[in-house]
Design a binder for this molecule. Sequence first.
Ligand SMILES: Nc1ncnc2c1ncn2[C@@H]1O[C@H](COP(=O)(O)OP(=O)(O)OP(=O)(O)O)[C@@H](O)[C@H]1O
Ligand SMILES: [Mg+2]
Length: 368
Amino acid sequence: MLGQAAARLDVPLTVLDPMPGCPAATTALRHEVGSFTDYDAVIAAGSRADVVTVEIEHVDTAALAELARRGVAVHPSAQTLAVVNDKLAQRRRLAEAGVPGPRFMELSGSQDAEKFDLPAVQKLRYGGYDGRGVALVDRIDHTGVLPLSGPSYLEEKLEVASELAVLVARSGDGRVVTYPPFEMVMDPELHLVSAVKYPAGISSAVALEASRIARAAVEAVGGVGVHAVELFVVDDHSVLVNEIAPRPHNSGHLTIEASETDQFEQHLRAVLGLPLGSTRMRSPAVMRNLVGSGAEGSACYMGTDAVLSTEGAHLHLYGKRTSRAGRKMGHITVCREDLEDAAAAAARAAAAVRVTGDDAGESGGTNG
Ligand SMILES: Nc1ncnc2c1ncn2[C@@H]1O[C@H](COP(=O)(O)OP(=O)(O)OP(=O)(O)O)[C@@H](O)[C@H]1O
Ligand SMILES: [Mg+2]
């Protein structure tokens, strides 16, 4: 989707991705096959560029720092990514900047947990996404063993009234625009977003506070580009930061149809130093992910006619060759005058679609 925005603006893009034929390669001028966690591959791909950016944060940051030293504009910077990628360092940085968040405590041994009020949430410091790396701790049994192993910390378990995401776009010279908050409806079991609603069902006071805090959070980590700040609303009025995603985000996919400037173009504008675009809402909208189910294999889409024949619905299939249970394979956005109407239509359309792996293997996938 970043590549589609780049193509529109005639920005010649080089993509670094380990998989030949990866979705981003279809929109790029060049595809370097290599891993973004490999120092040499990042240096090789990045040293020919004027500007380097990321759309996944788990990148070799030492290589990004070296590219910056050689004069390549790297946004967001290696320093920003290093802080954000360590969730505990991120929490500390936000707390130092006075940005509100849940109470937290580093864990160095299992007995530390006894000093913290339960129930609590244990989080891995590194590498978590889509709810992996997050576990609820109700009680600690006699073994003292916590659910997750690896460097981690505890934070207070909040009674969350709703979860919001605020997209903040910041340019290298400090210009900032924010989008109105989106509401993330979470699957309580999987800790995964099941739908995103825009506008969020919150008061204008909460919306204002959410925007203020999100902006402060991105400034605290020196972020440049689009960042999504995930927020908790507790007690219906106070707003706390959950975490920052230093890139365009799943919660912002609906900006493609529902906003004056979509998050991907906005990200490019910010990292290229162009004027930032309007964040005005064009329509209420609801987004749902299309997630793989069943067998792993060549992606096979069924029931997409239901989306294509729904008023106001927009189908996005990412072109990932392999479908796996739980893998995000696409999304749909439904724009309607009435938000609840959009939510019902999006739920119906998404329920009609099934993305699964066709065991037949190398057929390359079918659209049906
Ligand atoms: N302190 C907390 N209190 C209550 N619920 C929480 C807390 N921390 C996290 N959660 C729940 O778990 C979800 C996932 O947590 P978090 O965003 O930290 O993990 P993640 O793996 O980075 O997720 P993702 O990649 O989906 O953003 C949150 O969206 C929220 O629903
Ligand atoms: Mg999260």
